[in-house]
Design a protein around this ligand. Structure first.
Ligand SMILES: [Zn+2]
Length: 208
């Protein structure tokens, strides 16, 4: 998490564990006092690899007594970090799973890659307007998938619009120049029958 997210989490945590403030205030006493700022910095360095959501979930779980005795505030960063590591590990498939020689995926759309290869706006518009595609002109666009693997991509590429089955169509394995894929695009467009195509795309940020 960023420092800003840490600040948000820290306040969230302090509201639930008021002993943190007691600890911070105590730290301010004495000539060789450790400042509250130094303590916060140390907490941040222990927790920066956690996500804000996971860290808040850790606080909630500790607060609700689901993680045993929360102990002294000094131990909280270790508890929160451990909770976040468990949470992150639970999202990753431990190993690739195979069924009858075929690899199994959590998401069949992106095969856990996180990116979906889609028809670009220009090709969709051309198909919509002319019913065909000029050969060799179209190239694909990629969008973060709507699954958990896509969450990670969307987080790393916040300016790339998320895949939406309403606004674009994934390109199948045959590829962009294959007439069968183009036929699928034609059918998809006919099924949607958009009336004001450009206006609709403007609502979606100008590109599918
Ligand atoms: Zn996916």
């Amino acid at each position: 998490m960023s420092t800003k997210e840490f600040e948000e989490w820290f306040r969230y945590h302090r509201i639930r564990f008021t002993a943190v403030d007691t600890m911070l205030n105590k730290a301010a006493d004495g000539p060789d006092a450790v400042s509250a700022k130094e303590i916060k910095l140390a907490w941040f360095s222990a927790l920066k690899s956690c996500t804000l959501d996971d860290a808040k979930a850790a606080t909630d779980a500790m607060h609700a007594g689901l993680e045993g005795d929360p102990g002294w505030p000094d131990r909280h960063p270790a508890k929160v970090a451990e909770f976040c590591r468990r949470k992150a590990a639970s999202r990753r498939p431990a190993t690739s799973v195979y069924h009858g020689g075929h690899q199994a995926f959590c998401c069949l759309l992106c095969e856990d890659y996180g990116w979906v290869y889609c028809w670009p706006q220009e090709a969709i518009a051309e198909m919509h307007n002319t019913g065909a595609l000029s050969t060799g002109k179209a190239s694909h666009t990629v969008r973060p998938c709507s699954c958990e693997a896509g969450d990670m991509r969307a987080k790393c590429f916040p300016n790339v619009r998320r895949y939406s089955p309403y606004w674009t169509l994934p390109i199948g394995v045959c590829g962009i120049d294959d007439p069968r894929e183009q036929e699928k695009l034609r059918e998809w467009l006919q099924a949607r029958k958009p009336k004001n195509y450009e206006d609709a795309f403007a609502d979606y940020g100008g590109s599918p």
